[in-house]
Design a protein around this ligand. Structure first.
Ligand code: NAD
Ligand code: IPM
Ligand code: MN
Length: 340
């Protein structure tokens, strides 16, 4: 089995390159037979050749690879992020990765945030009217099809039930954005009626953010449309202790194909210093291994990343003095020790 590695830009390259030795070590130690190829999709190639997501990329991934591990995209030389949208959103929609699972690992346990990953305000439907060299009207439409909301909600509810969760909260804004809001409410209520093990709640996104910060303990599973889920992810990361900790899986339940990426971006403010936290990326690798059925390898990696986070190998965002590579060396040393 082959894994496609897309380091991307900025600290994406640093955290991915630090994490790859763990993939090799785990594959060798557990006999997983995993190999990988590094794909150079990102700002450098965009600036050199004008290529973001190369022609045939989606077919290539589907045919040749079991999963994708991605770092981050974003480069100050491309301020409108055109390449990032083409690559990131292109992968999410092209591979139909409509379920984005972003677990918030908090002191009391995990809140499972599920973000719809392909439609809503990210549909790329819209346009702008310009006059005298400036934009006068601009539109980015929030588009949702019943099909996608239904399959998203249904899959999330089944995952939550399988994980033994009892409560699920829909985040919406039906008071101000009524059409998509009502579609989500209608589908949520209908799908929930089919899963009696789960109790449903609905909250306006603004109040939800307020409650999440004050008392995250109140939540177990959370379902959010695309843009709300994006914003809640970063609030959740702050509650976890920083963006360097938050991992995510984007999945197409029908094909099983999945892409794993940290929640954070390319962090130009610290790129090139070797101090970015690879914790989230290593946790993404653990999610990837778990997704491919390698539960033992996933658990060992997750446990050792967690442990290394409490040592002096921790990076500055966690209050430590460690480096990106040093942190992953510490993780490898812990895995080595436990496996003896
Ligand atoms: P960011 O997530 O890159 O950084 C926000 C803050 O968190 C910064 O202060 C950064 O130093 C810190 N941070 C993030 N990851 C960290 C890590 N692993 N270790 C330590 N500190 C970390 O958000 P931004 O600055 O708004 O965006 C930078 C670029 O990344 C932009 O081009 C944006 O579009 C892009 N972006 C990409 C993705 C992605 O590829 N999935 C996600 C978010 C942002
Ligand atoms: C994320 C990022 C992306 C998103 C951007 C970079 C397009 O913020 O993965 O959270 O909005 O989905
Ligand atoms: Mn985001």
């Amino acid at each position: 089995m082959r894994i496609a590695i897309v380091p991307g830009d900025g600290i994406g390259k640093e955290v991915v390159s630090a994490t790859l030795p763990a993939l090799t070590w785990l594959s060798d130690t557990f006999g997983l037979g995993l190999t990988y190829d590094v794909l150079d999709w990102g700002a450098d190639r965009w600036l050199a050749e004008g290529t973001g997501l190369p022609d045939g990329a989606i077919d290539l991934l589907r045919k040749e690879y079991a999963a994708v591990l991605l770092g981050a995209l974003g480069d100050p030389r491309i301020p409108d992020m055109a390449h990032g949208r083409e690559i990131l959103l292109g992968l999410r929609t092209g591979l139909d990765l409509y379920v984005n699972h972003r677990p918030l690992d908090l002191a009391h346990g995990t809140v499972d945030l599920y973000r719809e990953n392909t439609q809503g305000l990210y549909s790329q439907v819209g346009g702008a009217v310009s006059g005298q060299g400036r934009i006068t009207v601009a539109m980015d439409e929030c588009v949702y099809t019943r099909d996608t909301v239904e399959r998203f909600v249904r899959n999330c509810l089944l995952h939550l039930r399988a994980a033994g969760r009892r409560k699920v909260t829909l985040v919406h804004k039906a008071n101000a954005v009524p059409h998509t809001g009502r579609l989500w409410q209608e589908v949520f209520r209908a799908e929930l009626a089919r899963v009696p093990e789960l109790t449903g709640a609905e909250e306006y996104v603004d109040a939800f953010c307020y409650h999440l910060v004050r008392d995250a303990f109140a939540y177990e599973g959370v379902l959010a449309p695309n843009m709300f889920g994006d914003i809640i992810s970063d609030i959740g990361a702050a509650l976890m202790g920083g963006l360097g900790l938050a991992c995510s899986a984007s999945v197409c339940p029908e094909t099983g194909f999945a892409l794993f990426e940290p929640v954070h971006g390319s962090a130009p403010d610290i790129a090139g210093q070797g101090i970015a936290n690879p914790y989230a990326t290593a946790m993404c690798l653990a999610m990837l291994l778990g997704h491919l059925g390698h539960a033992d390898a996933a658990t060992l990696l997750r446990d050792c990343v967690l442990e290394a986070g409490h040592t002096d190998a921790a990076t500055p965002d966690l209050g430590g003095t460690g480096t990106t590579d040093g942190f992953m060396s510490a993780v490898l040393a812990l895995m080595d020790k436990r496996q003896d």
